[in-house]
Design a binder for this molecule. Structure first.
Ligand code: SF4
Ligand code: SF4
Length: 100
């Protein structure tokens, strides 16, 4: 994945993969539409409740509320990018066209 600087903020390319995996996480069960994907995920891979999405879906809010004392924001972003990369390696590049 290409590198992004802190000043740009976290860069999500809307592959949609993380939103299709909520069924794997017990704390996201209420979001599972039945096939493991989030009921708020729209066809264009955007979030129908973006402004009110839970903290776990908000990279910056999650950092501020839970991780800012443990690492820098750059380190946090790097962890997120690593998670995105692993998801893409496991599932293709997202956009709803790969195997799930
Ligand atoms: S896996 Fe990463 S790039 Fe894909 S939608 Fe989720 S946060 Fe965005
Ligand atoms: S609430 Fe929005 S950001 Fe969170 S998993 Fe669902 S669609 Fe994705």
């Amino acid at each position: 994945m290409e590198a992004h600087t802190l000043s740009e903020g976290f860069h999500c390319d809307r592959c949609g993969l993380c939103c299709r995996k909520v069924g794997k996480f017990p704390f996201m069960k209420e979001f599972d539409r039945g096939d493991g994907a989030c009921k708020h995920l729209k066809d264009d891979n955007t979030c129908a409740i973006y402004e009110n999405r839970p903290t776990v879906c908000n990279v910056d809010r999650l950092y501020e509320e839970r991780f800012k004392d443990d690492m820098t924001r750059d380190e946090w972003y790097r962890l997120q990018y690593e998670g995105c990369r692993e998801l893409k390696e496991e599932n293709g590049n997202g956009n709803g066209r790969e195997r799930f």
